[in-house]
Design a protein around this ligand. Structure first.
Ligand SMILES: [Zn+2]
Length: 209
């Protein structure tokens, strides 16, 4: 068992030995804490999607000296699988310990609650906490929907580390349908490295590792 951000006890499904050294001094390791909130699909399938998304992200990030590493996988209690309102996002935020890792939530249903149009469902989302709890301010999270392709994690990590959308269909930051050939440009890689360093400094300042 492990303790989530608000003191809830949740099963720790993924105990991986801590990485003690990095071979390349310039490589940036991005630790992910993954929260499984899905209820409509079997847990093994969510874990399979997680591995696929991590592999796809690392295939794109490797040439830019960044690697995402799954640090922990936690099962969320029932009732967090549908995220449609800002309030739902705030509830999720409480499950993210202030530990310097990037928190990624896998859910069944994700909608942009603030946008009034018929097609509000999205495949992934990166957001910043804007509630009143001071200790949660500056926190950033990634949510992945159950119908997301394997490229969505890479795309959301791009947003997390400062990238906007790109119109190029061969670019991972394209908001179009993404595929195998898509990648980050060198300029995007440089931005992500800068922003990733700033991200970890910020987290340290607010009580992270
Ligand atoms: Zn996007």
């Amino acid at each position: 068992m492990a303790v989530a951000g608000d003191g809830h006890r949740v099963p720790d499904l993924y105990q991986k030995p801590q990485q003690t050294h990095v071979h390349s001094h310039s490589k940036i390791l991005v630790p992910l804490t993954v929260h499984l909130a899905t209820e409509h699909e079997h847990q093994s399938r969510t874990l399979w999607r997680l591995n696929r998304a991590v592999d796809r992200a690392n295939r794109a990030l490797a040439r830019h000296g960044i690697e995402v590493v799954v640090h922990k996988v936690w099962r969320m209690p029932k009732g967090f699988n549908s995220i449609t309102r800002r309030r739902d996002r705030r509830k999720l935020a409480q499950y993210a310990a202030l530990d310097g890792t990037v928190h990624v939530f896998f859910v069944d249903h994700l909608e942009l609650g603030s946008i009034a149009r018929s097609d509000r469902s999205v495949r992934g989302m990166h957001w910043r906490y804007r509630g009143l709890r001071r200790n949660l301010r500056h926190r950033e999270y990634i949510t992945i929907n159950s119908d997301a392709p394997s490229t969505t994690l890479a795309h959301e990590v791009g947003h997390l580390f400062g990238l906007d959308h790109d119109r190029g269909h061969r670019n991972l930051m394209c908001s179009c349908r993404r595929g195998r050939i898509q990648r980050f440009t060198h300029r995007q890689g440089a931005t992500m490295r800068l922003e990733a360093r700033a991200f970890f400094l910020r987290n340290r300042r607010y009580g992270g590792r």
